[in-house]
Design a protein around this ligand. Structure first.
Ligand code: ZN
Length: 322
């Protein structure tokens, strides 16, 4: 099934508030210190993210940092709209048209026509101006019958995604980023929720968007993988959680995605990260760690300058946002 042509997609762009790294450090420090026993936050030169354990297609997170929120849960729930197929390479080129290369990473629904089944996407794609791409995207699915988690590297030219996704885009250049490390969780909320609420508390009504990559080490994560599309309508969060397949998966995990201080009246998903284990055995949607005493997080984040809202659902609802 072909993707919807990018010029036919509803497309809204808004500027985001861009705090300095020292303001971000102060904001995150307040929230993280209330929830973890050891915290350090520094402005650093981004390490080469093409190296292990990250193995991303681009070396850094700098150059025209942009957040994209595409589609939304109303295209999945109560019943799937199978026509909602998008091409991430075309979208990346439209979002950053005059640059040498675009790196895009994030969390969303994988290209179901590829395997004739619903799946999660852990998206990692570099699109160069000469038309070549570096494709590091993998999908995660629930195997039929045994219901195991399986990840699959997509074919090199497969750049589609479906239904809903949250992406961080940039030129993939090295440059300054925020390096966030924390250990031993004593709060009740997950790492990304803590970061998001800390940013909201510090910047109030100013809209801030953050994207990048984090490692979850020395512990396990509660994650979900979507089963194949439900044949019966999923009408609320209980229906949804019975349909999702949850796993307790061992780190080290590499997670990519975005978080935003609020939904800006654009029906945004305010946080969304998908992870892949370093051995590629596990993938899926990060909820929280299940090993607070040993857990360690290490993140490289950059702050978005603008948000693009793409194909926002007209008829919406308010479940399926966890
Ligand atoms: Zn997800």
């Amino acid at each position: 099934m072909a993707a919807i042509a990018v010029e036919k997609l509803r497309w809204t762009e808004k500027a985001l508030h861009v705090p300095s790294f020292s303001e971000m450090t102060s904001a995150l420090s307040t929230g993280l210190n209330e929830n973890f026993t050891e915290v350090s936050i520094n402005e650093v030169e981004c390490p080469d993210l093409t190296a292990a354990p990250f193995n991303l297609p681009a070396c850094g997170l700098s150059g025209s940092p942009t957040i994209i929120d595409a589609g939304g849960p109303p295209y999945l729930l109560p019943l799937v709209d199978r026509t909602k197929i998008y091409d991430l390479a075309d979208i990346a080129r439209k979002a950053l048209p005059n640059v040498e290369s675009v790196y895009v990473c994030g969390a969303g629904a994988g290209p179901h026509p590829l395997i004739n089944s619903n799946c999660e996407g852990i998206f990692n794609l570099k699109v160069n101006s000469d038309g070549t791409i570096v494709n590091g995207t993998r999908i995660a699915r629930v195997t039929p019958g045994e219901e195991l988690c399986e990840t699959i590297k997509v074919p090199h030219l497969e750049t589609r995604f479906a239904l809903l996704a949250n992406f961080y885009l940039c030129e993939g250049q090295s440059g300054k980023v925020l390096h966030v490390k924390c250990k031993k969780r004593v709060g009740t909320e997950d790492f990304i929720t803590v970061c998001r609420k800390a940013v909201k508390a510090a910047f109030g009504d100013k809209h801030v968007g953050v994207g990048g990559v984090f490692l979850l080490k020395n512990g396990n994560a509660h994650q979900h993988v979507m089963r194949d599309f439900s044949k019966v309508p999923l009408l609320n969060d209980d229906d949804l959680n019975n349909w999702l397949k949850f796993y307790d998966i061992p780190g080290t995990l590499v997670a990519v995605g975005t978080f935003l201080s609020d939904d800006m009246d654009l029906d945004l998903r305010v946080q969304h990260f998908h992870s892949l284990s370093v051995d590629n055995k596990w993938g899926g949607h990060y909820h929280y760690d299940t090993t607070p005493n040993t857990i360690e997080y290490e993140a490289y984040f950059n702050v978005g300058e603008r948000i693009i809202r793409m194909d926002q659902p007209v008829d919406t609802h308010n479940f399926g946002r966890d």
